[in-house]
Design a protein around this ligand. Structure first.
Ligand code: DQQ
Length: 532
């Protein structure tokens, strides 16, 4: 039965899954929705051993409208089983008549409980739903919303998304927001039962007059998807571990900077949460890809790891996605840890290695800018790859790793996604040991298509002694890069489908100490259902 209800629903529902599956640019080992639209990760958790990934889902088509909570489960964080939609819009008079926006899953004395933003018209309010013991069927609380309105007497920019934890026998909740004329914020509430909430106040308030909207670390006029956790990975209300996390910057507050409908980028403050306030210390970019790793949400798994997912938005025209029948990719799960300088470090969970298939190890080599042709012949190719490199750059050196390449008859790349690492020159560091560098993504030749985003991305990378551990995950249109733990995520749309790789020094000299490459398998075998 074909049902078209929204003007953008131009692809009949019964064709969406087949269309999406046929798109060669669709990732094969990242989680994607069965078809239609996917955005934020929600309710990420491990419950009785099973990992749960809920996500913002529109099965009507590849556009953002009347969002439902899609659901998938995993026992290994690598392969995912589609489960029935957990939450969908209520009746015309309900708080969530226009969709169930982002939220979290908590364990209320053994009862799985979701706190989410119910949308009605242009507004969102906090709602609650409880789940069956297997988390597969959900009932909404009869008296939603559980908070009737945003704090009175404040002129706010928006109000939605939740972070909920237990502290001192009570529940605490943050709701993301922004105060007009000031900046983004997270409002703090407290409750005994997750149903009745007392407003405490803003946990901290950003300053949107600092910097400009074009800055990669501008904090925006609203904070979406706030996520507060201990710097040692624990929940905010937990007693710190023995590693001294109670000293200094003991907490991390993650948020996605938003302004007037524009999703800018994820950022995090390191600082100290104590009493009813968060005292920010340092502001950091969470992913140098900016909007390509948006609305992240994290949880602590049963082994104590803090694991984060983010939404890899599209970088091609909205109409192209609608016609393709799908939009949005979930990142691979990332382990979050703390670097020696207090900032965060990220790496794909080690479980991802289970997807590795053919392996090629490249012989260690020295590469210099004078080398003609590809500096290193990798002997590996494909649109689904996992690459691990150990590099040593001399001061001033620039190394360029090309992926998803197609060459012309002379060996010149026609399409190439270029990942560049550069180490500062000694002259830039007043003669001190040069331990800084930059990770860059050059997408200017990623696609012969003219209507895809090719803006450059870059960010600083610590490079002690010029050494860089580089991890590059390529999954067709999704690329996740980690240079010494600093991530840069983006989308690329190579039209020619080439999977060539090249590695060169474009300036100076560098050593390739190790280069291991694997082709990667696929995680969705049989045909998927739009409504599992
Ligand atoms: N997406 C959700 C909101 C959230 C935004 C709606 C972030 O709850 O603020 O789908 O991408």
């Amino acid at each position: 039965m074909t049902e078209l209800t929204h003007p953008l629903a131009t692809v009949p529902r019964d064709e969406l899954v087949a269309r999406a599956a046929a798109d060669p640019l669709r990732p094969r080992f990242h989680f994607v929705s069965p078809a239609g639209w996917l955005n934020d990760p929600n309710g990420v958790a491990q419950w009785d051993g099973t990992y749960h990934l809920f996500y913002q889902y529109n099965p009507e088509g590849a556009f953002h409208h009347r969002i439902q909570w899609g659901h998938a489960t995993s026992t290994d964080l690598v392969t995912w089983k589609d489960q029935p939609v957990a939450l969908s819009a209520g009746g015309p008079d309900s708080t969530d008549a226009d969709g169930c926006w982002s939220g979290v899953l908590v364990n209320d004395g053994g009862t799985p409980t979701i706190v989410y933003s119910g949308r009605h018209g242009e507004h969102e309010l906090p709602c609650v739903a409880t789940g069956s013991p297997d988390l597969l069927s959900w009932s909404k609380f009869a008296d939603n919303p559980v908070i009737a309105a945003p704090p009175a007497d404040l002129d706010i920019t928006a109000y939605r998304d939740h972070c909920v934890w237990q502290e001192g026998g009570r529940w605490r909740q943050l709701v993301g927001s922004g105060i007009r004329g000031c900046g983004g914020t997270a409002f703090l509430y407290e409750s005994a039962d997750l149903r009745t909430w007392e407003y405490i106040g803003p946990l901290c308030i950003g300053d949107s007059s600092q910097g400009s909207p074009t800055d990669a670390d501008w904090t925006g006029t609203m904070w979406e998807c706030v996520d507060l956790f201990r710097a040692d990975g624990g929940a905010p209300g937990q007693v710190p571990d023995a590693s001294g996390a109670s000293e200094g910057d003991s907490h991390v507050l993650v948020f996605s900077a938003w302004d007037d409908g524009v999703t800018h980028h994820p950022l995090y403050w390191t600082g100290r949460y104590s009493g009813d306030a968060f005292e920010p210390n340092a502001l950091n970019r969470l992913d140098y890809g900016g909007r390509y790793f948006y609305a992240p949400q994290s949880f602590q798994d049963e082994s104590g790891r803090r694991i984060m997912f983010g939404w890899l938005q599209e970088g091609r025209e909205a109409d192209t996605s609608v016609e393709a029948g799908w939009s949005g990719v979930m990142s691979l799960p990332r382990v979050v840890s703390r670097d020696s300088d207090g900032s965060l470090s990220f790496a794909p969970v080690p479980e991802v290695a289970a997807l590795r298939r053919e392996h090629v190890g490249v012989t260690p080599a020295m590469i210099t800018e004078s080398t003609s042709g590809p500096g290193v012949v990798t002997g590996v190719a494909g649109p689904q790859l996992d690459l691990e490199l150990e590099l040593e750059l001399d001061p001033g050196a620039v190394v360029r790793l090309g992926v998803l390449e197609t060459w012309d008859a002379d060996g010149t790349p026609i399409e190439q996604t270029a990942i560049e690492l550069s180490r500062e020159d000694a002259s830039e560091s007043s003669g001190e040991a040069v331990s800084r560098g930059t990770l860059r993504l050059d997408r200017t030749r990623s696609s012969l298509e003219g209507d895809v985003d090719t803006d450059p991305r870059e960010g600083p990378v610590p490079m002690p002694g010029g050494r860089v551990s580089l991890r590059v995950i390529v999954d067709r249109s999704a690329v996740e890069i980690f240079a010494n733990g600093k991530p840069l995520t983006a989308r690329v749309y190579p039209r020619l489908g080439g999977g060539g790789i090249s590695l060169d020094a474009t300036e100076g000299t560098a050593r390739v100490v190790r280069f291991d490459a694997w082709t990667m398998g696929e995680i969705f075998g049989s045909e998927r259902l739009l409504f599992p």
